[in-house]
Design a binder for this molecule. Structure first.
Ligand code: ADP
Ligand code: MG
Length: 321
């Protein structure tokens, strides 16, 4: 049985929606303006994400699912992302260790698309096969956790897993509001998400209901020394009876943060009737950290690592008397 693959320092793939999140982020990074998601049996049988982005070169397809394969590591920006989010180039590799992955992709300078299948990070054929296809990438993930029965058992019903996928897509559709998203079940004719380029407020309205709209307070883009953020919150007269909805994006990645959620709930509790919960969208951008700060951060990390090494070495070289 395969052990649980690592996606980054902190995150692992536990649910189909985690796969969807990684695939959406890859499509976004490839400058897509249209992202279509098709799901079968809550993503356990199939997750297919199609984009119209830059595509993957025929030669890069060979290694696309290998560990540490990334095209996103040459800028300072990425160095900084690395310090924040752990190692890159692990998502496709991790996914291909617990499912059957296929990639079909066409770049703008290629006359046709290429297609390949993967197993445990390895391409299953000698080379990608030429085929017909539009510019962009189609990622297919089939039979999730087929080789990790324990993981399969912890999944909820296909309906619940699908709801989670839709929920993740909805958040990204708000954040990337100028991009068109669709999401549907494979055997359905109706879309559960279908957006068409709107502004941020319009996207929240479309995806989270019109009643939120009249109560939205906008906190304009604010820039401090540490970060830049943009925020929509519902005014205290609006409340959802079920739960607080916090959409938190850091450098365009959806993240969960309990401390932030707790602090927001505490603030609202002074204004909002009991058992009512706010809707809050926050986008934080820390990408303009100065180079000095990045170098400082990395230096500190290296120094800590070296100090740890020194400690460990001291321990192991002590003679056990
Ligand atoms: P990362 O995104 O951290 O680089 P991934 O494992 O998610 O690592 O993806 C590996 C590489 O495959 C990416 O760096 C990118 O070059 C390529 N890739 C993956 N998905 C897409 C996509 N939808 N469009 C274009 N390139 C992609
Ligand atoms: Mg990725």
């Amino acid at each position: 049985e395969a052990s649980l693959p690592r996606i980054s320092c902190a995150a692992v793939i536990i649910r189909p929606s985690h796969v969807v999140k990684e695939l959406i982020e890859n499509a976004m990074d490839a400058n897509s303006s249209q992202i279509d998601c098709v799901v079968k049996e809550g993503g356990i049988k199939l997750i297919q994400i199609k984009d119209n982005g830059d595509g993957i070169h025929q030669n890069d397809l060979i290694i696309a699912c290998k560990s540490h394969t990334t095209s996103k590591l040459h800028e300072l920006e990425d160095l900084k992302n690395m310090t924040t989010y752990g190692f890159r180039g692990e998502a496709l590799a991790s996914i291909s260790h617990v499912s059957h992955v296929t990639l079909q992709s066409k770049t703008s300078d290629s006359i046709c698309a290429y297609r390949a299948a993967y197993n445990n990070g390895q391409i299953t054929s000698k080379a990608p096969h030429p085929c017909a296809g539009n510019k962009g990438t189609v990622v297919g993930v089939e039979d999730l956790f087929y080789n990790v029965p324990l993981k399969r058992k912890t999944l909820r019903t296909p309906r619940e897993e699908y709801e989670q996928i839709v929920s993740v897509m909805r958040e990204y559709a708000v954040h990337h509001h100028s991009i068109s998203f669709t999401c549907k079940k494979l055997d359905s004719n109706t879309f559960d998400i279908k957006t068409t380029g709107k502004d941020l407020k319009g996207a929240i309205l479309q995806l989270y209901g019109s009643f939120v709209f009249t109560s939205l307070l906008f906190i304009p883009k604010t820039t401090t020394e540490a970060c830049c953020f943009e925020t929509f919150v519902t005014n205290p007269s609006y409340g959802d009876a079920k739960s607080t909805k916090l959409l938190l994006f850091v450098n365009h990645r959806a993240v969960e943060n309990r401390a932030m959620k707790k602090s927001i709930e505490k603030m609202y509790s002074q204004y909002i009737p009991q058992n009512m919960h706010p809707f809050v969208y926050i986008s934080i951008d820390v990408s303009f950290l100065s180079q000095d700060k990045v170098i400082d951060t990395i230096s500190t990390m290296i120094e800590e690592e070296l100090a740890k090494w020194k400690d460990d070495t001291a321990k192991t070289t002590v003679n056990p008397q």
